[in-house]
Structures are given as C-alpha cells and as structure tokens.
Design a protein around this ligand. Structure first.
Ligand SMILES: Nc1ncnc2c1ncn2[C@@H]1O[C@H](COP(=O)(O)OP(=O)(O)O)[C@@H](O)[C@H]1O
Ligand SMILES: [Mg+2]
Length: 209
C-alpha cells in the first residue's frame, strides 16, 4: 500500500506525520519505505541528524517520476509512505498517481483549509483515472482541549473529502523529536502525541501494537 502525505501548503505537517507514521508502521514488524519527494529534503535531513538506525528505508525521489518509480520500488515493501513537496504541482500530481491513498494534513484554520484547495483539485483530477484512489483530510496541530471550529469543519466538508477521526494535536514534542533526528515513539513512548500517531496508524491500516 502506498500512502502519500500531500498539501502544497508548507508547514501543514507532511514531513512530521510521514516520519512518525513510517516509524509507527515499522514497529509492527513490517517493511516500510519512506520516499522523500521534497527537493528541500527535510526527511533526508532528519535521517542525517539521526544517530540510531532507522527501522524503515528512507530514499529521496524529488522529480515527477514518482508514479513511474515508486510502484516498482514499493513491491519489496509492505507499506510505502511518500512525504510530499510543497508548491510544486508536478511533484504532487506524480505522487497522487503513485498512491493508493492520499492523506492531506491540514491545520484547523480557515486560511489553511482554503490553501488545500489546490491539492484537492489535483486529487479530483486523478480520481477520473484512478476511481479507487482513497483520500482523507487529517487535522494536524489542533490546539489541545479545544473544539475544531464549525467553520473549519464546514469548509472541509465542502471539498467532499472525508476527515479522519484521528486528530493530531499541537505538541512541542513533535518539533523537539524532529530536530534531534528522532520520532515521538523514541522521544517519549508514553506521550499523548504517540497515542495519536498510533490512532492514525490504526485508522489507516488497522494495525495495533
Ligand atoms: N502536531 C504538531 N505539533 C507541533 N509542531 C508541529 C506539528 N506538526 C508539525 N509541526 C511543526 O511545524 C513545522 C512544519 O511541519 P512539517 O512537518 O515540516 O510540515 P510540511 O512538511 O508540511 O512542510 C515543523 O517545525 C514541525 O516541527
Ligand atoms: Mg515537509
């Protein structure tokens, strides 16, 4: 299964979720490939900062050949995660064509919801050729103990793309772990942040620890 984290808006949480999700899936003893498709290479930078071995394979493909290369490469893995690139339409389109499932991380603010219109359009176009393509929004950086504003839910609903039940909260541990080349699972296995990542994993692939 190939899952891509896409949103042309930078800072939505693509890389943070891609890395933590790849790690969490690898913890279930399956083979995971993480493809960094961002020319800025933030996932690869994360891999370079790391001192521990990584339980998944991390490669970079940041040209719009993802739809040709990734399906072939993914045959040797149980799950492949593509970390999307901001802005570049060609790369996003190529990633969508490579994917079985697209996850669009979005911050719960109207501005961020509007900014995801572009990727939604690309998904709609791809669905004409790939009717089985799955696509979901996942709310990221939710302020803890707050409700998502009704205007955000309404605006997201208008895109006709389902919102996952799992919501990822705004927590410094995500940024702290990242900057040390780590994931929340290593940084604090008892953290609520990790519980959210496990919930996301379960909602996506049905796996529990
Ligand atoms: N749930 C979160 N809580 C706290 N910080 C977050 C969260 N998600 C992302 N961030 C931070 O926001 C910034 C952008 O996230 P990143 O994953 O790099 O987004 P993208 O890959 O979409 O550009 C990073 O500094 C990251 O540490
Ligand atoms: Mg990124």
């Amino acid at each position: 299964m190939i899952i891509s984290l896409l949103n042309q808006k930078g800072g939505a949480g693509k890389t943070t979720i891609a890395i933590n999700l790849a790690y969490a899936i690898a913890e279930t003893q399956v083979k995971v490939l993480l493809v960094d498709s961002d020319p800025q290479g933030s996932a690869r930078d994360w891999g370079t900062v790391r001192s521990e071995p990584t339980p998944f394979t991390l490669i970079g493909i940041d040209r719009p050949i993802l739809h040709q290369e990734v399906p072939k490469l993914s045959e040797a893995y149980d799950y492949t995660i593509i970390d999307g690139a901001p802005r570049v339409t060609d790369l996003t389109r190529s990633a969508i064509l490579a994917s079985d499932q697209v996850l669009i991380p979005v911050q719960p603010s109207p501005l961020d919801v509007w900014a995801s219109a572009e990727v939604v359009t690309l998904v709609r176009e791809a669905k004409l050729y790939k009717p089985n393509l799955k696509c979901n929004f996942v709310i990221n950086r939710k302020i803890t103990n707050s409700l998502i504003a009704k205007e955000v839910i309404d605006a997201l609903s208008q895109y006709g793309i389902p919102i996952l039940n799992t919501q990822i909260s705004q927590r410094v541990i995500f940024a702290d772990a990242f900057s040390q080349g780590s994931v929340v699972s290593e940084y604090d296995p008892k953290s609520t942040a990790l519980a959210e990542i496990y919930q996301l994993r379960e909602e996506l692939i049905g796996a529990t620890n």
